[in-house]
Design a protein around this ligand. Structure first.
Ligand SMILES: *Cc1c(COP(=O)(O)O)cnc(C)c1O
Length: 375
């Protein structure tokens, strides 16, 4: 696969990255970059975080791998921590290695447990690149080359409650929603939409699944972004930030959902579990969700003070921020990278900023100064 299709910015402007520390990345010539993309939110606790390193090292020395058929205390500690930070009824965890696998699990668990087959996702949504997740993903560029996809997927307009009412029925297994659409342009859900989804799922015996792979674990100012709405899902997916840099994901759900024979060899492997547990502990101990709320507010206010015709809209919550621009965003992002600030696209005319949750005001000041220069 051509990298061009994966990342419209850094495939055309390759910057080799050799080192990372905290919010900074360094190329082979030791040029320093402020990482305001955090590799799509993975580097939430910063790059090469010492606390995570210690946990990984300690676990690898003790036990590098054991299959999930053996109980393992490191895995159990991670699962318990995940259960502690989710609503009371969500007390089951399925661990995996990537976001898309958590979504696959959500799809399979929903079908197996509801006896229904229809999966409802949102237009503009993104859920991953394996066949089930791709079938729940909206953009043709992710879907077309792989058709025929998995049958039974339907799409509703994001924030379109009427559309939801017409689509959810007795054969619906789940409604799968990002509380803030990350890949689709940084669009936060309206409360009414999530509330409608909640009510319909309860009425029709379908599962409400929130995909918090990009928005979860503190990024929006709460541990989970759905907490801003006071609406609880039946299951949620987590990944990206979860592994502290190692590949980790989770589906957290209630008793009424089960995955039949679903599983995976690396599910809950001890080293990744140790890294994930340390990441959660680091976020909670340092209240990074609070820092995300505070820094996000400062960031958005400073962006709003930029006087430029290029900026059309500024959207987001906490440290997931989209700046919609008049022209295409990649050329602006190349320029920004040249000035030492790395960020991402989200759709073709949005600059997406997902700085590490450990970001400080001085980093935000510097990034905004550079953003102002390019717009
Ligand atoms: C990144 C992402 C995924 C897919 O995660 P991978 O680890 O790339 O498989 C799914 N859903 C959302 C909302 C994402 O942001």
């Amino acid at each position: 696969m051509k990298e061009k299709e994966i990342d419209p910015v850094f495939s055309k402007k390759p910057i080799d990255i050799e080192k990372g520390k905290g919010v900074y990345l360094y190329d082979s010539e030791d040029n320093e970059y402020l990482d305001f993309g955090a590799s799509y939110g993975v580097a939430a606790v910063g790059h090469s975080n010492d606390f995570i390193l210690k946990a990984i090292e300690k676990q690898f020395k003790k036990l590098s791998f054991v299959h999930g058929s053996h109980p393992n205390s490191t895995r159990e500690k991670l699962m318990n921590r995940l259960i502690e930070i989710t609503p009371e009824k969500l007390n089951k965890v399925f661990l995996a290695n990537s976001g898309t696998e958590a979504v696959e699990a959500a799809i399979k668990f929903s079908r197996a447990s509801s006896g229904s087959s229809k999966i409802i996702a949102a237009k503009r949504g993104f859920h991953g690149r394996t066949m089930g997740s791709t079938s729940a993903t909206w953009k043709p560029k992710y879907r077309k080359p792989f058709e025929p996809l998995v049958p039974g997927f339907n799409f509703v307009g994001y924030n379109d409650s009427e559309d939801l009412k017409e689509t959810v029925d007795n054969d619906t297994a789940c409604v799968l929603i990002e509380p803030i659409q990350g890949e689709g342009g940084i669009y936060p859900a309206e409360k009414e939409f999530l509330k409608t989804a909640r009510d319909l799922c309860s009425d029709f015996g379908a599962f409400l699944v929130f995909d918090e792979i990009q928005t979860g674990l503190g990024r929006t100012g709460n541990i989970w972004s759905f907490e801003h709405y006071g609406i609880k899902p039946d299951a949620l997916t987590s990944a990206k930030a979860l592994g502290g840099g190692l590949p980790a994901s989770a589906l957290i759900c209630g008793e009424e959902m089960s995955g039949a024979e679903h599983g995976g060899t690396y599910s809950g492997n001890p080293v990744v579990s140790a890294s994930s547990k340390a990441t959660l502990d680091y976020i909670l101990k340092n209240e990074l969700q609070r820092n995300a709320a505070e820094m996000g507010e400062i960031f958005i206010n400073k962006l709003k003070n930029i006087d430029s015709d290029e900026i059309v809209d500024i959207r987001g919550r906490g440290l997931i921020v989209g700046v919609q621009v008049r022209h295409k965003s990649p050329p602006l992002l190349y320029q920004l990278a040249e000035k030492g600030v790395l960020a991402l696209t989200s759709g073709i005319n949005v600059m997406r900023f997902l700085p590490p949750l450990v970001v400080e005001e001085k980093h935000i000041e510097k990034a905004v100064e550079k953003i102002e220069e390019v717009v």
